[in-house]
Design a protein around this ligand. Structure first.
Ligand code: PMP
Length: 440
């Protein structure tokens, strides 16, 4: 734990509390964004005097920058075991990757069905809605995907499903989905599979598997800022052949060979999908983070984080009034996050209290996965409508804690002790933090 902590920047940052004192910040909001690795910051500082616009320049710096950027594709490819025939496209983030993919698949054929699921982040839900007929695989009472329903829906659409789009790991419950089983089922019915890797790739070993494997993942996306590199870089991976045949949604300089008033000669993918000056430093940061994670070993990262989340779940489940939104058998495949609520306090109060009383950053609300959270909270459409129109201060939601490799059990103890204290003094805290819910 201590060694891992020293790899990440900002772990000793002090933040102010409600009582005016300062404490070392505890960040349990890694599912939103992780702090950067020191190695990443070092590499950025080292390369900053050398960067130049890539691909076009003959200058020494431009050639060096271009080489680094292009080498980045292979580092990403190896990290998730993508096929040589795949294009590794650099994007802004997962959201942009999914929008680009949705646009490209719609340009190919709109008349088919996209099979999404009830547990998706809005970034893997909304981009599909206005382009295709979309249906959603249901969840069971624990919020797990129903593989029976997946098969039933694929069967019912009788070969019309173009793509099954599913998250690798949920940003609400932390469940890792059985993506390889889902891939086999999707392929059996002639559908392809896209995996939203935003919460999966940073926390577990990922293998897209060979093209001829029924477990092959056809498309994958993820974001650098959730894996110890700063904002601004993301990845979309999929077959070069597919992208070669589709006109890209973003068009402009850099994505073409030769253009006249009469014709456009597009570059080959991935370059065809990277119009505009590429974010070379973002890619440098991403590949440095990937190299550091690979050195640490993704299996080790996964099992260390698993220990952290198991420890937190055990502690949370004995605090009176805590409801955990996932099953508690301890065996389910998961990444290092969990959502909960505390009876008698609104989720935004709990988040405010732990921040103001102990400098602990958590996330609260509906986590950009509104339909999933609404289902887990058993909210009816009428209730949602009511809150929207009459009581938006009190919109239900959850509190989420999410760990990175640099967190430890001592930090979890501080959090659990405080939460136990809050649970035992609900009225005191509800009064003190009433302003959180004050109108306006
Ligand atoms: N999918 C999931 C499961 C996520 O958790 C997130 C980020 N919260 C996204 C997609 C979107 O990622 P980004 O904001 O980096 O585009």
């Amino acid at each position: 734990g201590i060694i891992l902590r020293s790899l990440v920047a900002g772990t000793d940052t002090e933040v102010p509390l409600a009582n005016g004192k300062c404490v070392t910040a505890i960040n349990f909001d890694n599912a939103a964004t992780t702090p950067p690795f020191c190695s990443v910051l070092k590499e950025i500082a080292k390369f900053a005097p050398w960067y130049a616009s890539i691909h076009r320049g003959k200058g020494y710096k431009s050639i060096m920058s271009s080489e680094l950027y292009e080498r980045g594709r292979d580092i990403v490819r190896d990290f998730v075991k993508a096929d040589k025939r795949d294009a590794v496209i650099f994007t802004k983030n997962t959201t942009e990757s999914i929008n680009m993919l949705a646009y490209a698949l719609a340009a190919e054929n709109k008349d088919q069905v996209i099979l999404s699921t009830d547990m998706e982040h809005l970034s893997n839900d909304l981009p599909w809605r206005d382009k295709f007929t979309v249906d959603y695989v249901t969840i069971n009472k624990y919020g797990r995907l129903s593989l029976k329903d997946l098969e039933a829906k694929l069967q019912a659409y009788a070969g019309k499903v173009k793509l099954v789009t599913v998250t690798g790991a949920s940003n609400v419950t932390g469940y890792i989905n059985p993506v390889y089983k889902i891939a086999i089922t999707a392929h059996n019915y002639g559908a392809k599979i896209f995996v939203d890797g935003a919460q999966w790739v940073p926390h577990a070993p990922v293998d897209m598997k060979p093209y001829d494997s029924p477990e092959h993942i056809d498309y994958l996306a993820f974001s650098a800022h959730k894996m110890y590199a700063p904002f601004g870089a993301g990845v979309l991976i999929g077959p070069k052949n597919f992208f070669a045949n589709i006109t890209p949604v973003y068009q402009g300089g850099g994505a073409v060979g030769l253009v006249s008033r009469q014709f456009i000669e597009w570059a080959d993918p991935p370059v065809k999908y990277e119009a505009g000056t590429p974010n070379m430093m973002g890619v440098l940061a991403l590949i440095t983070a990937i190299n550091t994670m690979s050195e640490l070993n993704m299996s080790h990262i996964h099992s260390y984080e698993r220990q952290l989340i198991d420890y937190a779940i055990k502690g949370l489940s004995v605090i009176p009034g805590v409801t955990l939104y996932s099953c508690r058998d301890g065996n389910e495949e998961r990444v290092s996050l969990i959502s909960f609520s505390l009876e008698g306090l609104h989720h935004s109060q709990v988040a405010e209290i732990v921040s103001r009383e102990a400098g602990i950053a958590v996330r609260n609300g509906l986590f950009c996965a509104h339909p999933y959270v609404e289902k887990l909270l058993r909210l009816s459409d009428e209730e949602i409508q009511y809150y929207l129109t009459h009581d938006d201060q009190n919109i239900p939601g959850m509190v989420r804690i999410s760990f990175g490799i640099y967190n430890n059990c001592r930090e979890i103890d501080i959090f659990l002790d405080l939460l136990s204290h809050i649970a035992g003094h609900r009225k005191y805290y509800a009064d003190k933090y009433r302003y959180v819910l004050a109108p306006g």
